[in-house]
Design a protein. Structure first.
Length: 140
């Protein structure tokens, strides 16, 4: 499975992108791990007002609902807890759902991760293979 995402400033300019691949997991776990990676990169990069867009409604809803005592039963409880620990830091983070067609940059980066299992890469400048999806996303 692959994970990936892009970090942009408020004007939509590229600030970084990331990809990684793993051997095991399902689509929800990949989305959650990408969310965790993206939030970690934003925190480490000094961003303190973050709008996180995700096309997986199931992942988004996990962070918009109240926690319950049954949360520990969730299949991906480990990742969910790590993300919740990131979210309570001293910053403002909005997690929202967007249509998949508006998230082609993240999917292209995730697909790169699928083909490069074991890699964990952060790009300060957009890699060449992302330029076309980056242009498409900026027009939407």
């Amino acid at each position: 499975m692959g994970m990936g995402g892009a970090i942009r400033d408020w004007t939509g300019m590229w600030r970084g992108g990331f990809s990684r691949g793993a051997l095991h997991g399902d689509a929800l776990r990949a989305e959650l791990l990408a969310l965790e990676d993206g939030l970690s990169f934003c925190w480490e990069g000094g961003f303190r007002q973050v709008s996180c867009e995700c096309d997986c409604l199931g992942a988004v809803m996990l962070f918009q609902e109240q926690s319950t005592v049954r949360d520990y039963l969730h299949k991906h409880y480990d990742v969910i807890c790590r993300i919740k620990r990131l979210l309570v830091r001293d910053w403002v983070v909005y997690v929202s759902h967007i249509p998949r067609k508006l998230n082609s940059v993240a999917h292209t980066l995730a697909n790169w991760g699928v083909r490069n299992i074991g890699s964990n890469v952060f790009w300060r400048s957009p890699p060449e293979f992302i330029l076309l999806p980056l242009g498409r996303d900026s027009m939407s």
